[in-house]
Design a protein around this ligand. Structure first.
Ligand code: ME8
Length: 438
């Protein structure tokens, strides 16, 4: 059975930071977890390369959009490699194969009567590629707070207003379609207010996928970008996605627009959308404009990828916002990894070497610890299946400390002195234990 996971297709206007790494690390971790359960799991990530802000960023850098995006898309790919994250499909929205899938999606929607031509005048945020309904000229963007721009253009519209009922039915029928619950409630409340049609093409920008036979129209970046989840695996028997992992700020695009586009086209819907919280740095969301960006690379070099992965999964309750700080990272590294896991591993390996000639003793070991290991495995699997990663890891660390406590209480080193080799190395034959103890 397949299990298809996606991360957002990241914007290429800036190099990857730890927020992007967070989603991609979780995607890779779920891929590993599903793989262990026998699934053929695959991850798609990629780069979202069209739109006005990319065009402008390229201009500022004195490059063509293509030259500019080539560099940053490569930086993202390199980042995932150096963090040892398994990426099965890296889709760039500038890939011509992707453009064909976007055009096909549009044609399907059009054929089914969900596309019409209309005129749009309104406020638009170029940073979030968001039309801000009911805003007045100069009003700030509700997402990023930067001033919106007034635009007027003739566009193709998507009849989003026709999908309110069907979307609400979907959310009712599939209560896990949007998780966590808070996001589901938010989306449902939004849809219940009534949906307005959506302009899905632009005629005032050049850097986009052309609408076939309709020059100068190019596709609106979200119609383009969301389709990357499908185009990445075109012809691979992976669609529909089992899980779209995203940050909470883009839940509306994923939970409302995307299923509506797919319903209109008569295509299969993704199974689940999980919107996690933000990694905050000094209480605010990391962003280039705030200048509080943390990069994964130096952390990887100093501590290694596993420590970073452990920290992010253990420290932040998945779904909620969480603070990133170097103090917390170093704290967890020392207490949980070096002292907790590291000491127990080293102590256990030393005992195996000293008391049992380097062989893992046969038998089930101490019954209480063996039982705890069984229940811990079950609760860890249950927690991970529910995306409760920190809870699963907490259970594992409870097992580690119980084992540590058991060793201290049993004090095998004193048992050995008293000549009770059988208990010092449970399950081992006396002669072997005696030989190694000498
Ligand atoms: O939104 N904390 O791209 P983007 C946690 N191109 N996660 C964070 C984060 C933070 N501080 N900052 C970023 C886009 N992320 C669109 C997506 S998808 C069809 C198109 C992660 O580069 C999180 O997953 O702004 C968030 O949703 C994503 O990066 C936004 O990446």
């Amino acid at each position: 059975m397949k299990y298809y996971i996606t991360t957002p297709i990241y914007y290429v206007n800036a190099a990857p930071h730890i927020g992007h790494a967070y989603t991609t690390i979780v995607a890779d971790m779920i891929r590993r977890f599903k793989g262990m359960q026998g699934y053929e799991a695959a991850v798609t990530t990629g780069s979202d390369e069209h739109g006005v802000n990319v065009e402008r960023a390229a201009e500022r850098a004195g490059k063509t959009p293509k030259e500019f995006t080539d560099v940053i898309a490569a930086a993202f790919q390199k980042e995932w490699q150096s963090l040892r994250l398994q990426v099965d499909y890296f889709q760039r929205t500038t890939n011509p194969q992707h453009a064909r899938v976007v055009q096909d999606l549009f044609e399907r929607c059009r054929r089914n009567g969900y596309i019409y031509k209309g005129s749009y005048t309104g406020q638009y945020c170029i940073f979030d590629n968001l039309y801000v309904n009911d805003a007045k000229p100069g009003d700030p963007c509700p997402d990023c707070g930067r001033p919106t721009e007034t635009i007027t253009e003739e566009n193709f519209f998507f009849k989003l207003s026709a999908f309110g009922e069907r979307l609400l039915e979907l959310y009712e029928r599939e209560p896990n379609f949007i998780q966590p619950e808070t996001r589901r409630n938010e989306v449902m409340a939004f849809v219940k207010q009534g949906l307005t049609d959506l302009s899905i093409t632009r005629s005032n920008i050049k850097w986009g996928i052309p609408v076939e036979g309709e020059a100068p129209h190019v596709f609106y970046v979200w119609f383009d970008a969301l389709t990357a989840y499908m185009s990445a695996v075109d012809g691979e028997a992976m669609w529909p996605a089992d899980l779209h992992l995203i940050g909470k700020e883009i839940v509306r695009f994923h939970a409302i627009y995307w299923p509506a586009f797919l319903m209109a086209a008569g295509l299969e819907l993704p199974k689940r959308i999980f919107a996690h919280g933000w990694l905050l740095f000094e209480e605010s969301k990391m962003s280039k404009s705030r200048g509080n960006i943390v990069r994964p690379e130096p952390i990887r070099r100093v501590m290694g990828v596993d420590a970073l992965r452990y920290f992010l999964l253990r420290e932040v309750v998945f779904g909620q916002d969480g603070s990133f700080s170097y103090d917390a990272l170093v704290g967890r590294y020392n207490s949980d990894l070096a002292n907790g896991l590291g000491n127990l591993a080293s102590r256990t390996l030393t005992m195996i070497r000293q008391y049992n000639a380097g062989a893992v003793p046969a038998g089930n070991g101490a019954p209480t610890i063996a039982e705890l290991a069984r229940t811990t495995t079950a609760s860890m699997i249950a927690a991970f299946a529910e995306f409760e990663f920190s809870k699963g890891l907490e259970a594992v660390w409870a097992l580690l400390s119980a084992t540590d406590k058991y060793i201290v209480e049993q004090a095998p080193w004193t048992l050995l002195k008293k000549g009770e080799e059988g208990r010092a190395a449970p399950g081992a034959s006396c002669s072997r234990a005696r030989r190694s103890a000498r």
